[in-house]
Design a protein around this ligand. Structure first.
Ligand SMILES: Nc1ncnc2c1ncn2[C@@H]1O[C@H](COP(=O)(O)OP(=O)(O)OP(=O)(O)O)[C@@H](O)[C@H]1O
Length: 361
């Protein structure tokens, strides 16, 4: 199942002109406030009738303005979860879930076993008799996710599902979103948070001013300097790694396409796969292999490009081996002092490396 969309829509003072596709797993829609994310998601859901558009999902044409096709929202097989759960306050949790199931076409209506499986997956079994007013924000979102999944959708649209939650509730719900992702359904996930995206998304579509400015694998988009304006201090790259060894001094060696990286020991076995996030502001550069320095993680690479960053610093993109790229944010003064140019070999000193995600399995 996949989604492909080309949408052109004019609002007073704003034009959405975007084309993108999304396959199974999470595709993050990312961009600053006012970039057009909600307008785009509403067009996919059929809540907005675009001026010109073609939107296909799993072979079905949802919108094709050239042929006068516009399926109403309830016929699109799309589950939509908003920032605020929007549960029916007068129905119990089970009433809300059953309402979702009623939207599934007869042939796809969830069985009792499927219903229980989803209730268990979201950890809401003990809440079934309660009304939404008696649930925490995180619980309400889990019920809203359950209601959406039980409608047997071909596609899930999650519009900032964690935005209204505090950090503790966010941390509580993220593992459920990971399980949801692993169901293999395409999920379009609108978020402002680079760390959520680093944790959940396989693909990223970056919007700015109603246009797609970068799209592709999360690692490629997040290390694309074009995305720095939207990401600000959160600009940083992803690096895939696998636990290679647990050293006796408490550090763990990861093998990555860029070479070995050491992190404080995560409680995981050798062979476990991880996704590391390396913020551009945490990467220093040296033109010669540094000696007498306490930094553990020093990777050799080559400068691919140098771009001015919005805050007056510069972003240096380094290629590290065939399969990895990271960004370093340095001052223009340092760039000049080191005479950095594309093509130069350099050493990257990683001041900090965080684990963005532990791959399932
Ligand atoms: N019904 C409308 N009429 C006129 N302008 C609108 C309408 N809806 C949205 N806009 C404008 O379209 C632009 C995109 O809005 P949209 O809500 O899609 O952005 P967004 O990326 O989802 O923002 P946020 O992250 O703040 O939710 C904004 O400039 C907004 O003011």
């Amino acid at each position: 199942m996949s989604l492909s969309a080309t949408i052109h829509h004019r609002l007073p003072g704003f034009t959405l002109d975007a084309a993108f596709s999304a396959g199974p797993g999470v595709t993050a829609l990312f961009g600053r406030s006012g970039a057009g994310k909600t307008t785009l998601v509403n067009a996919v859901a059929g809540l907005l009738r675009p001026d010109q558009a073609r939107i296909d999902a799993g072979g079905a044409v949802l919108t094709d303005t050239a042929r006068g096709i516009f399926l109403p929202p309830h016929q699109r097989r799309i589950g939509y979860v908003f920032q605020d759960a929007r549960l029916f306050p007068h129905l119990s949790v089970s009433g809300n879930l059953e309402y979702g199931a009623r939207f599934a076409p007869r042939a796809a209506r969830p069985s009792r076993a499927r219903y229980s499986e989803i209730v268990d997956m979201l950890g809401i079994g003990s809440l079934l008799d309660r009304r939404p007013g008696a649930l925490s924000g995180g619980e309400r979102q889990r019920v809203a996710l359950g209601r959406a999944i039980l409608s047997a959708p071909h596609l899930l649209l999650l519009d900032e599902p964690l935005a209204a939650l505090d950090e503790a509730r966010k941390a509580e719900i993220l593992p459920y979103l990971e399980r949801l992702r692993d169901l293999g359904l395409p999920i379009l996930y609108v978020s402002h948070s680079a760390s959520e995206i680093a944790r959940l998304a396989g693909h990223v579509v970056m919007l700015d001013g109603g246009r797609v400015i970068a799209a592709g694998a999360a690692g490629d988009v997040l290390s694309d300097p074009a995305t720095a304006t939207a990401l600000g201090q959160e600009t940083g790259a992803l690096l895939a790694g696998e636990i290679a060894a647990q050293d006796p001094d408490g550090l763990t060696r990861l093998s990555t396409p860029a070479g070995s990286v050491w992190v404080a020991r995560p409680d995981l076995p050798v062979g476990a796969k991880l996704r590391l996030r390396i913020l551009a502001r945490d990467v220093m550069l040296a033109t010669a292999a540094p000696e007498g320095i306490s930094a553990l993680n020093i990777l050799a690479g080559k400068i691919e490009r140098i771009d001015p960053a919005p805050d007056g610093s510069v972003l240096v993109r380094l290629r590290l081996g065939d399969d990895a790229a990271i960004l370093s944010r340095i001052t223009e003064r340092s760039r000049r002092a080191l005479d950095l140019e594309p093509g130069m070999p350099v050493h990257a000193l990683l001041k900090s490396v965080s684990i963005a995600e532990i791959a399932p399995g």
